[in-house]
Design a protein around this ligand. Structure first.
Ligand code: UDP
Length: 238
């Protein structure tokens, strides 16, 4: 493919996306496929930042519902994203793609701490940068971390990979009349109360004029199509 529409992107992958057919944790074949697809973009000169979720291992809210302190639960959730990120870094290295994990929480000896300067430096050297530990703060999500990092590194596009090929007027699994939107403005998405991301993430991206593309990464090749400007999934724009 030629002429990518974007020079630098931020890709948000949920923890569930790494599970594949497994009930928990990480499916190594999914990890390898994602690493190869992202490597394909990097080889075409596109700078790629990745934010990984942790829901395949742990979500903070879960044990807090059973009485655990929510902040402790969220610390555990952020550590789950570190595990996923280390696994993805390893997958990149195995397919010959240089990658670097930068953490919002200091974890000496395992990965470096996040700084905007360090991230941009690594991106410009052609490394894929994996941002882990979310925002480093409890009560946030990795969607918010994705928008935050996307704004910080001045990404041309934030991509949210899901299991559905875009944003629909209703849940396509429940309503056969649900239609997929090709494009939506932030205002339309908010007025129609369409759940694209949590509101903190969504409003942050809106306030900083970022485009978000929601697409289905379980389809082989969809990532490349989304980045090369094909009509993949749904584009949310200011
Ligand atoms: N988390 C947090 N602060 C952040 C990002 C994540 O406390 O900035 C915690 C929170 O407990 C969350 C968990 O990490 O449930 C995993 O992240 P998320 O639920 O966003 O993962 P995903 O659903 O994308 O797999």
């Amino acid at each position: 493919m030629t002429n990518p529409a974007y020079k630098r992107i931020l890709l948000k992958l949920s923890g569930e996306a790494l599970m594949g057919q497994e009930a928990f944790g990480i499916d190594p074949s999914i990890l390898e496929r994602m690493a190869k697809e992202i490597k394909g973009l990097s080889e075409q000169g596109i700078q790629v930042g990745v934010v990984l979720g942790g829901g395949n291992i742990y979500r903070g809210q879960k044990l807090s519902e059973a009485g655990m302190n929510r902040v402790t639960g969220d610390h555990m959730g952020m550590l789950a994203t570190v595990m996923n990120s280390l696994a993805l870094q390893d997958a990149f290295e195995r397919v010959g793609q240089p990658a670097k994990v930068l953490s919002a929480m200091p974890i000496d000896g395992v990965c470096q701490g996040f700084s905007r300067r360090g991230a941009i430096n690594a991106l410009e050297k052609g490394r894929v940068v994996i941002f882990c530990a979310g925002t480093g703060n409890p009560f946030f999500t990795t969607d918010t971390a994705a928008c935050l990092r996307g704004i910080e590194i001045d990404a041309d596009l934030i991509l949210k990979a899901t299991k559905v090929d875009g944003v629909y007027s209703a849940d396509p699994a429940k309503d056969k009349n649900a239609v997929r939107y090709e494009q939506l403005s932030y205002k339309e998405a908010l007025d129609k109360e369409l759940a694209v991301m949590d509101l903190t993430a969504f409003c942050l991206a809106r306030d900083h004029n970022k485009n978000i593309r929601v697409f289905d990464m379980t389809k082989a090749g969809a990532l490349e199509k989304a980045v090369f400007g094909h009509n993949e999934g749904t584009l949310i724009h200011p």
